[in-house]
Design a protein around this ligand. Structure first.
Ligand code: ADP
Ligand code: MG
Length: 398
């Protein structure tokens, strides 16, 4: 409740009255299935206990007044002038305001009327660390506008709206996994999600394991541009493979055998890219079965394979992430470790025997400092429920 009290008082200071609502949206980790959600693949993420919060009230105008507490920055923009991406003074919107403005833009494109807002935003999700601070912000605004409107979308529809905001307004060609996880999180469960059919199923994490997140402290380099390049490479590989493989509509449709038979059709630069996606899809399907069978050891081994594939084939790791994984895998009680999120910096996720988790954290932090001179932030992360709302202190689902 401390977090709620703080954001409530910040809102009162800003606007001179208490907020009507508070929304919460968690970050997410991905246990397996990286860079496959834009290839129609399967993923295994979980919502985590670091959250964004938004205190808000409807305003009587079409203006959005927003204070980003962590950045100590204000912005004002008008719902009737979203196309131009300008604030009320005619200046370009700051980068961080593109996320809420993008959500507003998609909602209006979808003929879902929304109101002006007074709002204060704060988040515990580290920025650019692969824990999806951006999607948490998109989701929190989608949830806020829905709370103030007569229309009702399903959580999956809200996730699609957020994805479109990031694709078309912010300009990052991300998939559906991030907003999906943030909206559908289930406490103590991973989410086995088919990004093509949109079927999903919560899978309990075995009670004897903990998830440990290690933030390398290195923020993502290259960000959206490298991400978009990988996506483009996947599309090129798909076009070439589909010419030889009828019925293939996405890389997720290519089996390992098909890939081996036809990889020569791809230029050398595209081969490892496609191989990662094909292999990663197979890994997630096996991993989901192992998790259901409570085989944490088998699951962890696939996480390590997944990391090697992201490092060697997809080439989105970084020296710091590789160091974290190399140290972790040798520590007692560690079952698996891999980078999580898009890569190029950010965090690893580790699957650790619960009784060794505290020692694991100490040893990973000190060995990382010794080897790199850098400081990693390492903590136990619990899967939590997806985004929700508080109205006058009462918890409400989205
Ligand atoms: P991530 O992996 O964390 O999603 P992105 O680069 O996709 O990294 O998104 C990070 C961007 O989201 C930031 O540059 C900023 O624009 C926005 N953002 C994240 N957290 C906050 C916050 N607490 N306040 C304002 N904007 C934020
Ligand atoms: Mg992001």
């Amino acid at each position: 409740m401390k977090n709620h009290a703080r954001i409530r008082s910040s809102f009162e200071q800003h606007y001179g009255h208490p907020p009507e609502w508070i929304a919460r949206a968690p970050g997410r980790i991905n246990l397996l299935g990286e860079h496959v959600d834009y290839n129609d693949g399967w993923v295994l993420p979980a919502a985590i206990d670091r959250c964004a919060r938004l205190a808000f009230s409807a305003s009587t105008t079409s203006e959005i007044m927003l204070y980003a507490a962590d950045l100590e920055a204000n912005v004002r923009f008008d719902l009737n002038a979203l196309d131009d991406k300008l604030d009320c003074d005619g200046n370009p919107l700051p980068g961080w305001a593109l996320y809420p403005a993008g959500v507003a833009w998609v909602l209006r494109q979808n003929h879902l009327p929304i109101s002006g807002l007074q709002a204060v935003l704060t988040s515990q999700i580290p920025i650019g660390s692969g824990l999806s601070s951006s999607a948490a912000i998109e989701v929190i605004f989608a949830v806020a506008w829905q709370a103030l409107s007569p229309w009702q979308q399903t959580p999956m529809e809200l996730a699609q709206i957020c994805q479109r905001a990031e694709n078309e307004y912010v300009g990052v060609q991300c998939g559906l996994m991030d907003p999906f996880s943030i909206l559908h999180g289930v406490r103590d469960h991973a989410l086995f999600f088919d990004t093509r059919t949109l079927d999903w199923e919560p899978v309990p994490l075995p009670a004897h394991v903990s998830l440990v997140v290690a933030d390398s402290g290195v923020r993502r380099r290259l960000g959206g541009s490298a991400y978009n390049q990988r996506r483009e490479a996947c599309e090129q590989a798909l076009r070439l493979l589909a010419k030889r493989l009828p019925g293939v509509h996405a890389l997720r449709d290519v089996s390992l055998d098909d890939f081996r038979e036809h990889e020569q059709a791809l230029p050398p630069s595209l081969r490892p890219i496609a191989e990662h996606v094909v292999g990663e899809c197979v890994r997630v399907l096996r991993a989901a079965d192992l998790l259901k069978a409570e085989d944490a050891k088998g699951f962890g081994a696939l996480m390590l394979e997944g990391h090697a594939s992201l490092r060697d084939l997809y080439q989105v790791s970084s020296p710091e992430l590789d160091t974290l994984v190399e140290i972790a895998r040798e520590l007692p009680g560690c079952l698996g470790a891999r980078l999580t999120g898009a890569g190029f910096g950010g965090c690893t996720v580790n699957l650790v025997e619960a009784q060794t988790a505290e020692t694991f954290i100490e040893r990973l932090s000190s060995a990382y400092a010794q080897r790199t001179g850098g400081k990693a932030d390492v903590w136990i992360s619990r899967p939590v429920d997806g985004a929700n709302l508080l109205l006058h202190g009462q918890r409400k689902p989205v």
